[in-house]
Design a protein around this ligand. Structure first.
Ligand code: AQP
Length: 332
């Protein structure tokens, strides 16, 4: 079956709604139909300053959340990026194939470095997309399930795979992004024109799945909408309402048209009250399951050990081929 690879950074404590609807939810579905590899991207996490104890705790917490969301270690390979040294090794080769100007055009880098102040941004943050290229190519992934914000990095991956294959002979599968239109971008509840993000300006716009249910309900109820009262999906003119409809529709399975009809003449309050309840109903068992996995570190560690072993088997084979193609003499 076709292969997918994706990753998430263990940086914030809790996953946010954007991570879940934009990526993790698709990961859970794809493990049924694809040979799926999912990683905790701890190498990516240190592109910005991390406290070591927090990083360790957050890596466990992110693993627990992925399992709570429905990843099944019998159906997918779940591993920690730093357990597979081939990522850093292939990244070096890819760095040497990437143009400086090409890397400079990555909008995520521009955004993140601007936020930190250009002088404080690390070289790691600059080459992060190239490490991501290596992450994907090592597994010969056919598809990469991500949110819209990652599209440019998948394009870079395709370019570099083509470039390597062209220069050294067929080596890497050229992957495609797997981005679901409906949930490609979940927006900030306070500013529905920007993506929901952990580095958002106000915590009120960000739904963390592990938040206290009361906090979640309050955030949903105070979501910014517009001065109109009509509940209609129209991203251009009604971004706030459209975002709420997207979340509602994805979590309940109701179609957008069906929701528009259901809330006709009812006003924003009704939609928000229902959505707050839906969110809490979704998040409560998620939080409980996350806690159960956290309470059993031996099981977590053994899942990750098995995952690393399976991942390394694939990654080592690809790296050996790439090293040979480049002209490195094999170690005897
Ligand atoms: N708002 C979003 N809508 C849809 N998908 C999203 N993703 C993130 N935000 C949204 C997707 O989540 C996956 C994991 O991305 P990540 O590891 O980069 O997560 P993050 O660093 O927590 O993302 P943030 O919050 O966006 O971080 P900052 O603020 O640092 O940029 C990816 O597939 C991503 O597309």
């Amino acid at each position: 079956s076709p292969r997918v690879l994706s990753g998430i950074q263990p940086t914030a404590g809790s996953f946010h709604l954007g991570n879940y609807l934009g990526a993790v939810r698709q990961w859970v579905a794809l493990q049924e139909t694809h040979d799926a590899f999912y990683m905790l991207a701890d190498l990516h996490a240190i592109t910005v300053m991390q406290d070591p104890a927090e990083l360790r705790a957050n890596t466990r917490l992110a693993t627990a959340q992925l399992l709570a969301a429905g990843l099944d270690p019998e159906r997918c390979t779940l591993f920690i990026q730093s357990h597979v040294p081939e990522h850093a090794q292939l990244a070096w080769v890819m760095n040497c194939l990437t143009g400086f100007g090409e890397a400079s055009r990555m909008t995520q880098f521009k955004d993140k470095s601007a936020r930190q102040g250009a002088d404080r941004a690390s070289v790691g943050l600059f080459t992060y997309p190239v490490l991501q290229v290596a992450d994907i190519l090592l597994y010969q992934a056919h598809e990469v399930p991500v949110g819209e914000d990652q599209r440019q990095h998948i394009e870079l991956t395709r370019d570099l795979a083509d470039r390597f294959n062209g220069r050294f002979g067929p080596t890497f599968t050229v992957p495609k992004p797997y981005i679901l239109k409906e949930t490609a971008k979940i927006y900030d509840l306070q500013d529905p024109t920007i993506k929901m993000s952990k580095s958002a300006s106000t915590p009120k716009g960000l739904i963390n799945l592990l938040d206290d249910p009361k906090v979640t309900a309050k955030k949903v109820k105070s979501a910014v909408t517009d001065t109109d009262t009509v509940i209609r999906y129209d991203v251009e003119n009604k971004p706030g309402v459209s975002n709420l409809l997207t979340v509602h529709s994805t979590l309940t399975g109701a179609g957008i048209a069906e929701l528009e009809e259901r809330y006709a003449g009812k006003g924003y309050g009704a939609l928000k009250t229902d959505l707050a309840e839906i969110m809490v109903e979704f998040a409560t068992p998620f939080r409980e399951r996350t806690q159960q996995y956290l309470d059993d570190p031996e099981t977590l560690d053994s899942i990750l050990a098995k995952g690393a072993e399976k991942a390394r088997a694939v990654a080592a084979e690809t790296l050996a081929l790439a090293y040979d193609r480049v002209g490195f003499l094999p170690a005897k």
